[in-house]
Structure formats: structure tokens, C-alpha cells
Write a protein that binds this ligand. Structure first.
Ligand code: GDP
Length: 350
């Protein structure tokens, strides 16, 4: 009938579109999240954050924390497809003279980008001098043990059904989860996942987060992950602001492609952001008209880094942002992207 005819003429119209046009269409229809949806998700996250602050202040007044805050792509206008996740940052306060950080490359694990946090001066300041001594394992502050403290609280002693009914959300801790996550249903068909992310800000400004190393977890259990997110996001945005560039758009398109195609799930925003930052060092034309060219170049660069098994962090080149992928994952990602080079539009048909 008429509908079929319309559909097929629409199809024909679509086939005439260039990659450039297809990318912008994809951006408008699939990638970008309506402002109203983002606002609702932010509101839900904020309500929960406020409840948790009240609860923690009342229940554990002497736990040395700075104020918790929300962060992540939802707050940087870099979230894509659906407004469905945020991080709740929980900054711990450490006594300067009692804890020191050791870079991963100076440890037997030899992993740049990860750190150990060692307890110092135990002879003068015995165990229990620091609140966080309860999370000490083998002389080091254990991110896993810190997460467990919050897990007990959040999954054990907070009455989420009661709080949820006051706020008109359905809230439940996600178990099991690698990190500590709350699932918040804030509309009939809308869910938001809020990750607890304990955080240490060291004296030199280094941010370390309690997010475990993906591989050989046992051996790496005490490692804190250095976070470059704030700096790399700021750099990307600053570059776009200088030249009215399309780097953020390119990033969002790539993030959406990875979110929508299961074969690319393993690529995260940090890897994509850094690949674009590295590309920006060599390539000057990021005008809106160059989106398709830069997108293809991004794919090619990723294939190259995957072939090398190495993606240096733009802010700290000794850090390999592929170090948590297995060889097989590297091969599969490389293969998928290599194939996509000859049919990039296939990536948008998910
Ligand atoms: P998206 O989740 O792909 O949209 O990307 P984000 O840019 O929001 O990054 C969130 C991811 O980065 C989560 O997996 C976090 O665990 C991790 N991450 C690392 N450092 C930080 C940080 O400083 N803040 C936040 N919010 N997330 C961080």
C-alpha cells in the first residue's frame, strides 16, 4: 500500500545520502538525547545523592569524606542514546602523613595508570589512627575493602523502598555488581544506574578511583585506578572551542556506535576520547564539514592502535588504555573496525 511506497522512496532517498549526511542524521536521531530526558535523569540522580548525604551524615558522622557529587557524561553533555547512567563520586579524606601513593610502574605489577596507596608511619601512628585503617590490606589501602564498606551501608542499612516511595522512584542496589550500583526507575520505562565511585585526590592532584583492574583481579586487588577523565574531557572541549570543531560530535557518534553494536561494547569513552586527542595533534581540520573524514580517520586510528596492542593516554603516554583488554578482545575489535572501514554506514544501521 501507500505506506510501502513511502518507505521505499524513503529508502532510496537515504541511499543517496553521503556519509557526512548520514552521520549528522544519525547524530540527530539516535545519538543526541532530548534535553528533557537528560533533565529528568539528572533530577533523579540529584534526589538520590541528597538522600545519601543526609543518611551518611546522620549514620556515620565521623567518616572522613568530602561532599559527594555527581559526575560523568550526563553532566558534560557527552552521554549518548539514552540518559541512563551517572557516577556518584565519594571523595575520601586521607591524612597526608599516614598514606602515600606509589605509581604502578614502580611495583611488581608494573602497570602505569594504576597506583598503590601505602600506609606510612605505623610505628608512630598505630593501626586505627586513621579511620581508613579498617580498609587496610597487607599495608595498603584496599579499594575493594573501601567499596565493601559502602556496599554494607548502601545495600544493607538504607531503607531504599521507603526513600523510593517518598521520591516516587523504585530504587534498588544492583547485586552482584563489580562496582556498587543503584538502579533507579524514575518513570515507567526509564531506568538510571548510579555507580558509587570512591575517590582519592592525592597531594599532587592525582585522582584515584576505586574501580578494579579488569584482569587478574586477585594480583591487582589493591590497585587504585588513576582517573584522567576530567582533564581529557576538558582538553577535548577546549580544542573544540578554539576552532569551532566537531571533536565532541565525533566522540558522541563513536560512543553511540559502540553502545549500539555488541561487537564494540568493549571500547569505552576514555579510549575514544584519547584517540581523538591524539588525532588532533596531527590533524587540523575539525570543521563541521569534515565530520565524515574525521570519523573515518578515527576508525583507522583505532584499527592502528589495536594492531599495535597499545593506545597511549594523551595526558600520560606511558599509560596503555588497552591494557585491560585480552588479546582476543583486541583482535575482535580490530577485525570489526577493519571491516567497518569499507562499510562505515553499516555501523549506523544498528
Ligand atoms: P560513558 O559512561 O561512556 O558515557 O562515559 P563517561 O565519560 O561518563 O565515563 C564514565 C566511566 O568512566 C565510568 O565507567 C567511570 O567508572 C569512569 N571514570 C573514570 N574516572 C572518572 C571520573 O573522574 N568521573 C566519572 N564520572 N567517571 C569516571
Amino acid at each position: 500500500g501507500g505506506c510501502g511506497a513511502t518507505q521505499s522512496s524513503l529508502m532510496r532517498a537515504r541511499m543517496r545520502l553521503s556519509l557526512q549526511e548520514r552521520l549528522w542524521e544519525f547524530y540527530q536521531t539516535r545519538v543526541n538525547i532530548p534535553a528533557e530526558e537528560q533533565a529528568m535523569a539528572r533530577r533523579a540522580a540529584l534526589d538520590i545523592c541528597a538522600e545519601l548525604r543526609v543518611f551518611l551524615h546522620a549514620k556515620l558522622p565521623d567518616m572522613p569524606l568530602r561532599e559527594m557529587y555527581l559526575s560523568g557524561s550526563l553532566y558534560d553533555d557527552l552521554q549518548v542514546v539514552t540518559a541512563d547512567h551517572a557516577q556518584l563520586m565519594v571523595p575520601l579524606i586521607l591524612e597526608k602523613n599516614l598514606w602515600s601513593s606509589i605509581p604502578g610502574e614502580d611495583t611488581i605489577m608494573n602497570v602505569p595508570g594504576f597506583w598503590l596507596v601505602r600506609r606510612e608511619n605505623l610505628e608512630y601512628f598505630p593501626r586505627s589512627s586513621s579511620y581508613w585503617d579498617r580498609c587496610m590490606v597487607g599495608g595498603y589501602l584496599s579499594p575493594k575493602s573501601v567499596l565493601e564498606v559502602f556496599e554494607k551501608l548502601v545495600a544493607g542499612s538504607i531503607n531504599w523502598p521507603a526513600i523510593g516511595s517518598v521520591l516516587d522512584y523504585v530504587i534498588r542496589p544492583v547485586v552482584p555488581s563489580e562496582t556498587l550500583t543503584l538502579e533507579v526507575q524514575y518513570e515507567m520505562d526509564r531506568k538510571l544506574y548510579v555507580d558509587f565511585l570512591p575517590l582519592l585526590v592525592m597531594e599532587d592532584g592525582t585522582s584515584l578511583i576505586a574501580k578494579p583492574h579488569r584482569l587478574s583481579a586477585e594480583r591487582n586487588e589493591n590497585l587504585w585506578r588513576q582517573s584522567f577523565r576530567v582533564a581529557e574531557t576538558a582538553r577535548l572541549r577546549a580544542l573544540d572551542q578554539e576552532d569551532g570543531g566537531c571533536r565532541c560530535t565525533c566522540l558522541k557518534v563513536a560512543k553511540a556506535v559502540c553502545k549500539l553494536s555488541p561487537a564494540l561494547h568493549r571500547l569505552n569513552s576514555s579510549q575514544l576520547t584519547n584517540t581523538i586527542l591524539l588525532l588532533s595533534e596531527k590533524e587540523g581540520d575539525w570543521t563541521q564539514e569534515a565530520l565524515a573524514d574525521r570519523f573515518l580517520q578515527l576508525l583507522r586510528a583505532l584499527v592502528g592502535h589495536l594492531e599495535a596492542g597499545r593506545l597511549p593516554c594523551a595526558l600520560s603516554p606511558k599509560v596503555n588504555l588497552f591494557c585491560e583488554l585480552t588479546e582476543q578482545e583486541v583482535d575482535e575489535l580490530g577485525y570489526t573496525l577493519y571491516c567497518a572501514l569499507s562499510d562505515p554506514e553499516g555501523l549506523l544501521r544498528t
